[in-house]
Design a protein around this ligand. Sequence first.
Ligand code: HEM
Ligand SMILES: *[C@@H]1O[C@H](CO)[C@@H](O)[C@H](O)[C@H]1NC(C)=O
Length: 490
Amino acid sequence: MFASVALLFAVLLFLLLFLNRKAKNFPPGPRPIPILGNLLHLNLENPVADLQRLTKRYGNVFTLFMGPKPMVVISGFQVIKEALVNKAADFSGRPQGLLINHALQVKAPGLALADYSSGWREQRRFGLMALRNFGLGKQSMEHRILGEIHLITQVLEQSLGKTTNLHLLFHKAASNIICQVLFARQFDYDDEFMEFFTVYFSETSKILNGFWGMIYDSVPMLRCLPLPFQKVFKLFKMARERYSKILADSKVTRVPGKPQHFIDCYLDELDKRGDDGSSFTEDQLCEFILELHFGGTDTTANTVLTGLLYLMNYPQIQEHCQQEIVKVLDGKDQASFEDRHQMPYVQAVIHEIQRMANTVPLGLFHSTTRDTELMGYSLPRGTVIIPNLSSVLFEEGQWKSPHEFNPENFLNENGEFVKPDAFMPFSAGPRICLGESLARMELFLVLVSLLRKFTFVWPEDAGKPDFTPVFGLTQTPKPYRIKIQLRGTA
Ligand code: HEM
Ligand SMILES: *[C@@H]1O[C@H](CO)[C@@H](O)[C@H](O)[C@H]1NC(C)=O
């Protein structure tokens, strides 16, 4: 009896070691242990320092085992460009089977997490077209964003002269802008729908990003236990129920061929295609809505929050922006996105804010679509690739001042705006952020409109600012307080 148990155990151990074994010529990395891989090499609450150590030790291409799964971290402009751009067809897949896949892709693959496939390509082409028509069709999108800025301004005006905390103000604003594109609806900031989604998005991100997400992804045998990651499934289910309701309403109110918003547009496409076996389905639409809503909220909001944090603490930079804005907008009611061409300094500051905000530090994970090579290492098909975007945003040699907040990073000797190739907060290649144009328009219009009207001051009693973000899939600045004044009344 004892012998057979021992034998069983030995076989199990052998299997686990075997599963952990790397392919030949795989990138280097710390030695994994069975079941857990390299989990014990990381402080799961905040892996930043540990990862930094590993990158230093093993270089720009190294392997980490999350449980039995090898993941290859790639860093630096050269390597990331080689993979995501030059070898795009090999490196544009998405890993499957992680918590985020299971939570999001219940009935359809969606877009952001769909593997590199014709279905993904169809949905992506449609998504870009629809955003252009309902969003970016210039005037209309600008109009929506400016409408939202009007609401933000009203909230800020109530706090004039006081020290306040912005809470989820910019999350609500970003969420509302997407809601206008998706459903042509704008919600009050204290509306129940709004409260639900902002709270739900931040809770979900916390779980997806954190300790429990890593456990789910690394140790599959724990997945069915009632651990905190179950909450993510519940939250996504509740979100889906709300979207389904809106979808049902849209089916009643729509006029085919005259789309009012993204959902209508998608329903038109469904009519057109019928049952042609394409990737267009109602379930797919639901996933798409969820991804755009989720993907467009935290990212933009956290970038704006980081921006204000820096502008308060670099008052001379804030003032320089204000001077340029006032000069260019002289006599105009509102800013427009076109004005950016006359505002090289403001453009430089906004890009520098995005660089420092480092909003999505490890991008979204990619995976290899076939056996391939990178920098002389062999990577079998299906290897998870983690593009370390922050390594590029702070890379020495790519920036005039890589570690400091300094708009000069985006200005040439003549004070003209220039964008170095290493500016890739939206990633690069065919998987580059679908919402990039929308995000850039939002950031520009929001920051320009607010700086035209207000001056943001770091409260005297706030102590030294802490610029270190809270790590996550999307990073947020630590909560801070802000003093709001009308411009010119300081
Ligand atoms: C400052 C704001 C934003 C940042 C920094 C950002 C960043 C990113 C990054 C790094 C990726 C991963 C790209 C890759 O896989 O290599 C991504 C993907 C994506 N983003 Fe954004 N994003 C922002 C705003 C938005 C907005 C406003 C939307 C929605 C309208 C959006 C929708 C998406 C979608 C759908 C994808 C998946 C694309 C695909 O897999 O083909 N993002 N974003
Ligand atoms: C990514 O790069 C940054 C900056 O070089 C570093 O601090 C971080 O630890 C790296 N992360 C990983 C996962 O290698």
